[in-house]
Design a binder for this molecule. Structure first.
Ligand code: TXA
Ligand code: MG
Length: 357
């Protein structure tokens, strides 16, 4: 579809208590109430916001991102009291999760109330709700005066944006405003848990880990799409999990196994790539970075602190495009705690191309 190019305002908030911040947030809120699009920071990734209760505004999100219209949006609130406006019921277990993790990087799926339009939920009778902890996000939603529907503020298929500059790169001229609140703390999208039925299910892993959730409400199930690619005809419970995601232009391959064997295999793969005249890059960690024979290394973070790897992953995937790599060889990570979310995103970036040594 063709749209006339918008002028995208770029506004930075350094101090939330400054006069400038108040002006920026009030202006952004006004844009949302008038049916426009504003990108804003959260603790996970940047979101692309619109009035969640306005179907015309919500449609603009799909156009700007190039997002399939059957992929529902998460509705963001700035206070727990806004929940009852949009959801039909909150189970006991859902309440426990809310008490334990809100505000924070956890999205919960509830049965929706009729005021939430089909455009926001992709025609589903449920709605995803998130109460972010990031202060700029909360002040912005509050200034909007309405619940804010917001997917990640990237072009569909690209890695989620963890910096305002990533949003600008993807969406400049397609949205009304970008609020720059610095780098996102967690860097991976929120954990999604479906609490709309009795069988509580993890639909997308994130920084609130499965282990953390199970400590509060006991065993939960995990949607198959979290761990592996789906067979033909199978559908994930979170429609967005079926789309190719996070993919840089380079072919990504994950190498799993004992640390020294992984480094050896990656060194051999780099040599082969060089022979084929392919520009190769290694995703390494602080612990392993000195074991490679190439200078094209991106250090994701410390294995000792997996959160640091989560925070850098999307930035690293974007950097691969920027530097024009043809192939990326990434070390694998254990699929527990935050590692489950890291591997979920990496596997998608790699199109499930995993080698075990
Ligand atoms: O951290 C986050 O969650 C970020 C920030 C901006 O809050 N948002 C985000 O939104 O990652 P998005 O649109 O990129 O991913 C939302 C995911 C999609 O996979 C979508 O299919 C799923 O949530 N989802 C939304 N509503 C749903 C529903 N009612 N039932 C099942 N899945 C749903
Ligand atoms: Mg997304």
């Amino acid at each position: 579809m063709l749209w006339s190019k918008l002028i995208t305002e770029f506004c930075e908030i350094k101090d939330l208590n400054s006069k400038n911040a108040v002006m920026v947030l009030n202006h952004g809120g006004e844009i949302i109430r008038n049916g426009g699009l504003v990108a804003f920071p959260t603790e996970t990734v940047y979101g692309l916001g619109a009035n969640a209760l306005d179907p015309v505004a919500v449609k603009k999100i799909y156009e700007a991102k190039g997002r399939p219209s059957d992929n529902p949006l998460i509705v963001h609130i700035s206070h727990i009291s806004e929940l009852e406006q949009i959801v039909a019921e909150v189970s006991e277990k859902a309440e426990k999760l809310i008490d334990a993790f809100w505000p924070g990087p956890l999205t919960l799926i509830f049965k929706k109330k009729s005021c939430v339009p089909d455009e926001t939920t992709g025609g589903l009778d449920s709605v995803a709700v998130r109460f972010p902890v990031n202060e700029v996000a909360r002040a912005f939603i509050k200034a909007s005066g309405v619940p804010v529907a917001a997917p990640s503020a990237n072009s569909s298929g690209k890695p989620s944006p963890t910096r305002a500059s990533h949003v600008q790169f993807d969406l400049d001229g397609k949205i009304n405003m970008i609020i720059d609140g610095g780098a996102c703390e967690f860097g991976l999208e929120s954990t999604i848990v479906d609490v709309s039925t009795d069988e509580i299910c993890l639909l997308r892993p994130g920084s609130v880990t499965k282990e953390m959730v199970e400590k509060v409400i006991g065993k939960i199930s995990v949607d198959k799409a979290v761990l592996s690619s789906l067979d033909k005809g199978e559908t994930p419970k979170a429609p967005g999990m079926k789309y190719k995601h996070y993919s840089p232009k380079a072919n990504v391959m994950i190498i799993c196994g004992e640390a020294d064997m992984v480094c050896e295999e990656i060194n051999a793969l780099c040599k082969e790539a060089e022979k084929d005249n392919k520009k190769a890059c290694v995703f390494a960690t602080e612990e392993t970075k000195d074991k490679y024979n190439t200078e094209n290394i991106i250090v994701l973070g410390k294995r000792e602190e997996p959160e640091s790897i989560g925070a850098n992953l999307f930035k690293a995937l974007r950097k691969c495009d920027f530097l024009g790599y043809d192939v990326v060889f990434s070390e694998g990570f254990e699929e527990s705690e935050v590692g489950l979310a890291i591997m979920n995103r990496l596997k998608k970036a790699a199109g499930y191309h995993i080698v075990k040594v």
